[in-house]
Design a protein around this ligand. Structure first.
Ligand SMILES: *[C@@H]1O[C@H](CO)[C@@H](O)[C@H](O)[C@H]1NC(C)=O
Ligand SMILES: *[C@@H]1O[C@H](CO)[C@@H](O)[C@H](O)[C@H]1NC(C)=O
Ligand SMILES: *[C@@H]1O[C@H](CO)[C@@H](O)[C@H](O)[C@H]1NC(C)=O
Ligand SMILES: *[C@@H]1O[C@H](CO)[C@@H](O)[C@H](O)[C@H]1NC(C)=O
Ligand SMILES: *[C@@H]1O[C@H](CO)[C@@H](O)[C@H](O)[C@H]1NC(C)=O
Ligand SMILES: *[C@@H]1O[C@H](CO)[C@@H](O)[C@H](O)[C@H]1NC(C)=O
Ligand SMILES: *[C@@H]1O[C@H](CO)[C@@H](O)[C@H](O)[C@H]1NC(C)=O
Ligand SMILES: *[C@@H]1O[C@H](CO)[C@@H](O)[C@H](O)[C@H]1NC(C)=O
Ligand SMILES: *[C@@H]1O[C@H](CO)[C@@H](O)[C@H](O)[C@H]1NC(C)=O
Ligand SMILES: *[C@@H]1O[C@H](CO)[C@@H](O)[C@H](O)[C@H]1NC(C)=O
Ligand SMILES: *[C@@H]1O[C@H](CO)[C@@H](O)[C@H](O)[C@H]1NC(C)=O
Length: 870
């Protein structure tokens, strides 16, 4: 069974609370995004009119604000800075379609930068190409991306790097467009300091991404090595940005005429309708492909595809571990021979892991090898080996230093598939790297055999082979989208990817993450654009998705024996990119992606069956002969027996029957469409745990000479989507809870809060499923069982991400400050009188509309007494 890489936990700093703006996200204080109610028939003068109307309405309501960014193409609206909390008030303005808090976003790479000096070495070739059949594509088609513009929205680029021609915007230079929206010091929430220079010399992410898509330096080649680049810098040195800045960058990239826009940045929300999804469908309609990484939240289980990748127009890319990769290594020599193991870079670019014949030993600390307590032996002059987990990496390094070690190797958990450098908070005198579990287990055996293993390691990169072949990377976020959209669309090499780094950071190095997969695909999309300038977004996406290589998962099924079967499309989409045939028979496309929900048509004979239609469009002058057949994929769920949301996924191979009229030797004529309708029979899938079922329709298309591969994945949900639990049931340890006046849960209700003593009513809740809208109110007992509901300051939260059970504090907190909103059209509050109150929270169910009956799940707290301060 693939280990769902718990070790990643320590590397993902996340803290979520309802913040001062009433949002359940990390927001940018005082910054809001406003969308006007314009559609594709609106004109520029309509936009002006909305701008003026908006200014007027804001003045009428006496809301102080200023314009920060105006969005005039694709997205129509603005980014404003507002002094105070006016979200619900602004949402009532006539000129406003949507108002949203501005969200902080992070890059989807989690590997720190490895330093390596290549002054005396030529760069290495991109080994990921060997996993994607890139050379076979080039053997058939002379494509380099020449003449195609790729927009990279990232941390900038080191344009002095030879991989990009060591030039910037000069005639003939490959980088012809660029802007810095933020400056070095931007951290996602402070004031950006824009300028015209997108130089990246302190972060490295953008340079690496640009190298994967379009680098070109001797043997090192990105996927589109002659493409023209537009560099839009949205992250400073710290790798954080915000939705408002991203939108400004997307707008500029669009205005500069970028054909492909690459976004390796995400926020894990999973809602197409969220402004953080950037209205990618509008870009797609204008012919621009937004390629976006799906996120690195794989260990947090399903429904986590991030924004903007989840946007319906975006090509959402997850990550695979390639079959061949470059890695720095350690060699271990024993009296019986020598072995080589992959290693990560050290904790930062100031440390080096260079040793010659140095003793290496496993940490022993009181019956354990976790290095979490002081060692029971000296490690003086030796390299110490331990494994990930049980305590922080800082504790392990400090114990290694105290024992006299000169270096530390932290082994991954068994099956932990990528080597991420040890993220250490603080400065430590010795270098720490990670390696695979085998290094730890081997040294343990050798050491106990009285053998004295010795270690050698330098900075050089060695070619490594992943014996399992390409596999789905366990950190790659799982879909589907919260609207049941099949996401990700496909996966591409993202683990241990070698590419350019700023010259000041070592020139070349390895980073991992879905951030690395998405530029790989962006470069390929650029090649498609070069070859097929008239090709539309649907056709290009279809070819990439429907000829990819489906990967298998080795797994222990919960309802059957251990097996190896096609992985779920909810993690791999159409599979890992295989470019060999993407340019053959262009125009032979599968147009629909099949997502089955509870509203999908069922035939009269059986309500558990679901109808599907596959459409193959032949927009070529050729005639093809067609067969097709079906393979059922894995069924998965993230719910355990009592429906508690588990942060891990179980696999099942329930017998699912797919029935359609056999397709044998059917001819498909030039410029015609083939459709076939069938039924997916879900009788054998229990309806209780929201199983997500998947399968693949395989086409065998023959053109008289050869077979052309195409396959159409489908996915569906068994059960009523709307009934997915939002809150744990009463009595569960994670159920919503009112805090006692001293902020604990030591006593039981009823509670009485005295604001003059600094006591404010507060509750916590664990959100089990992403929620589009949460409404908060205060209920007041006004006599004989009569209740009045009051609006309060932070009335609602939108696009809330579910809490992760794996985190120490998997709750959102909500505090009431003791005032009521006078009404919802003016921004005035009055203190609540002393009385008996309760919290009321309503959560919108998946796909429900606010105005429908049965749209909300409601929770009400126990009653409490409240005494105002004065
Ligand atoms: C919520 O409040 C409790 C009690 O004050 C506190 O211990 C906890 O850290 C808070 N949680 C978050 C996520 O802010
Ligand atoms: C405008 O949008 C509507 C609804 O989304 C669509 O039906 C129509 O085709 C669009 N028109 C143009 C010109 O894109
Ligand atoms: C945005 O538009 C408003 C209204 O037309 C204008 O006053 C403001 O200067 C513009 N702001 C920017 C940053 O372009
Ligand atoms: C590839 O195309 C370029 C022009 O775009 C041309 O100069 C070159 O000779 C071609 N190479 C091959 C092998 O056809
Ligand atoms: C960003 O920087 C500002 C000002 O330097 C600081 O107040 C804020 O806390 C920082 N935010 C983050 C998320 O680091
Ligand atoms: C696409 O975006 C990702 C992440 O932002 C980046 O790594 C990659 O280089 C970009 N690719 C292109 C072609 O811009
Ligand atoms: C490690 O072993 C490999 C393969 O034998 C060799 O090429 C490399 O030079 C060795 N590296 C060190 C630092 O000993
Ligand atoms: C893309 O091209 C195909 C022809 O291959 C056409 O049927 C389809 O409508 C086009 N889609 C869009 C969005 O223009
Ligand atoms: C995953 O879920 C199963 C079934 O609920 C449970 O038995 C197992 O302990 C969980 N594993 C982890 C690592 O949480
Ligand atoms: C549900 O099951 C999990 C383990 O599968 C357990 O930890 C939890 O307490 C259970 N919840 C209830 C409400 O029984
Ligand atoms: C509910 O609201 C939606 C828009 O969100 C609207 O399209 C629909 O007609 C409304 N339905 C009813 C019954 O009012």
């Amino acid at each position: 069974m693939i280990n769902r890489a718990l070790w990643l936990l320590g590397l993902l700093p996340l803290s979520w609370a309802i913040d001062a703006q009433g949002s359940v996200k990390s927001t940018v204080p005082g910054s809001y995004l406003v969308e006007f109610p314009m559609d594709n028939t609106s004109s520029a003068s309509d936009l002006d009119a909305y701008m003026r109307q908006f200014s007027r309405e804001m003045a009428d309501r006496q809301i102080p604000f200023r314009f920060v960014n105006n969005y005039t193409t694709v997205f129509h609206g603005c980014n404003i800075a507002v002094g105070g909390e006016y979200t619900s008030l602004m949402s009532t303005l006539e000129s406003v379609k949507v108002v949203a808090t501005d969200t902080q976003m992070s890059s989807d790479a989690f590997t720190k930068i490895a330093r390596r000096s290549l002054v005396e070495n030529p760069p290495l070739p991109q080994l990921a190409h060997e996993s994607t059949n890139y050379d076979k594509l080039l053997a058939k088609h002379n494509v380099t991306g020449k003449g195609v513009k790729i927009g990279i929205i990232d941390s900038g680029i080191d344009y002095n790097h030879p991989a990009f021609g060591s030039c910037y915007k000069t005639p003939g230079c490959r980088i012809q467009y660029g802007h810095d929206f933020v400056g070095d010091n931007f951290n996602g929430s402070n004031t950006p300091q824009p300028d015209d220079d997108p130089m990246d010399n302190c972060n490295g992410h953008g340079t690496h991404v640009a190298g994967i898509a379009a680098g070109n330096d001797n043997a090192f080649r990105g996927t589109a090595p002659e493409a023209t680049l537009g560099i839009y810098r949205v992250m400073g040195c710290r790798g954080k940005t915000s939705t408002s800045v991203m939108m400004a960058a997307l707008q500029m990239a669009y205005n500069d005429g970028m054909d492909v826009i690459n976004v390796s940045i995400s926020f894990p929300s999973g809602f197409t309708a969220d402004i953080a999804s950037f209205r990618t469908e509008a870009f797609a309609k204008k012919g621009v492909i937004v390629v976006a990484s799906v996120g690195n939240e794989g260990i947090y289980s399903m429904w986590m595809a991030g924004s903007p990748a989840v946007g319906s127009g975006a090509l959402a890319v997850g990550s695979s571990d390639p079959e061949f990769y470059w890695s720095q290594v350690v060699n271990i020599t024993t009296s019986t021979g020598a072995r080589t193991y992959s290693r990560s870079a050290p904790q930062d670019h100031l440390h080096h892991f260079n040793f010659v014949n140095t003793p290496v030993m496993v940490a022993e600390n009181g019956g354990s090898n976790d290095a979490c307590s002081p060692l029971t032996h000296s490690a003086k002059g030796s390299i110490l080996v331990t494994f990930m987990g049980e305590c922080s990496n800082e504790v392990k390094v400090q114990n290694a230093i105290n024992a006299g070690a000169v270096g530390l190797i932290i082994a991954m958990r068994p099956g932990g598939d990528i080597l991420s450098p040890v993220g250490l908070r603080g400065n430590y005198s010795i270098p720490a790297v990670t390696s695979h579990y085998e290094l730890y287990s081997d040294i343990k055996i050798w050491g106990s055999g009285g053998n004295h293993p010795m270690l050698s390691s330098d900075e050089a990169f060695a070619r490594r082979h992943n014996a399992e072949g390409p596999v789905i990377a366990s950190y790659s976020s799982w879909g589907p989208g919260t609207d049941l959209s099949p996401k990700p669309d496909l996966i591409a090499p993202g683990s241990n990817i070698y590419s350019a780094l700023p010259l000041s950071m070592g020139r070349y190095g390895i980073i991992s993450g879905t951030s690395m997969s998405s530029p790989y695909v962006s470069g390929i999309v650029a090649l498609m654009r070069e070859k097929f300038p008239q090709g539309n977004v649907t056709e290009i996406k279809s070819l990439l998705i429907h000829v990819a290589n489906l990967l298998r998962e080795t797994l222990t099924s919960s309802s059957g024996p251990s097996t190896r079967d096609l992985g779920s499309i909810v993690q791999q989409g159409g599979g890992t990119i295989n470019v060999e045939n993407i340019m053959d028979d262009f125009g032979l496309t599968i147009e629909n992606r099949i997502s089955i929900g509870d509203d999908t048509e069922a035939p009269p004979e059986n309500p558990n069956w679901r109808k599907f239609t596959v459409t193959l469009k032949n927009n070529t002058p050729k005639t093809y002969r067609l067969n097709f057949f079906h393979h059922v994929g894995l069924t998965i769920t993230s719910y355990s027996d009592n429906k508690t949301y588990a942060d891990n996924i179980t696999y099942h191979n329930f017998p699912i029957v797919v029935r359609y009229q056999p397709v044998v030797n059917e001819m498909i004529q030039p410029f015609s469409t083939f459709t076939r309708t069938g039924f997916i029979e879900l009788d054998n899938v229990p309806a209780d745990k929201f199983y997500v079922v998947t399968g693949y329709n395989f086409f065998r298309i023959y053109d008289g000479n050869r077979y052309i591969p195409r396959q159409a994945p489908w996915m569906g949900l068994r059960g009523r989507f709307r009934d997915i639990p939002m809150l744990p049931s009463p009595g569960h340890q994670l159920a919503p809870m009112l805090y006692s006046p001293d902020g604990t849960s030591a006593t039981s209700p009823p509670y009485s809060y005295d604001a003059s003593q600094g006591q404010l009513p507060k509750f916590r809740f664990h959100l089990m499923f992403n929620c589009e809208l949460i409404l908060f109110q205060i209920g007041q007992q006004t006599g004989d069982s009569a209740v009045q509901y009051h609006a309060i300051e932070y009335m609602y939260a939108t696009y809330a991400r579910r809490n992760y059970e794996l985190l120490d504090n998997p709750f959102y907190n909500f505090t009431w400050t003791g005032t009521f909103k006078v009404d919802n059209t003016v921004n005035t509050y009055k203190p609540a009188p002393a009385g008996t109150y309760f919290f009321s929270m309503r959560l919108l169910k998946p796909t429900a509309k606010e105005n429908e009956t049965d749209a909300f799940v409601t929770w009400e707290s126990p009653e409490f007494q409240f005494l105002p301060a004065a």
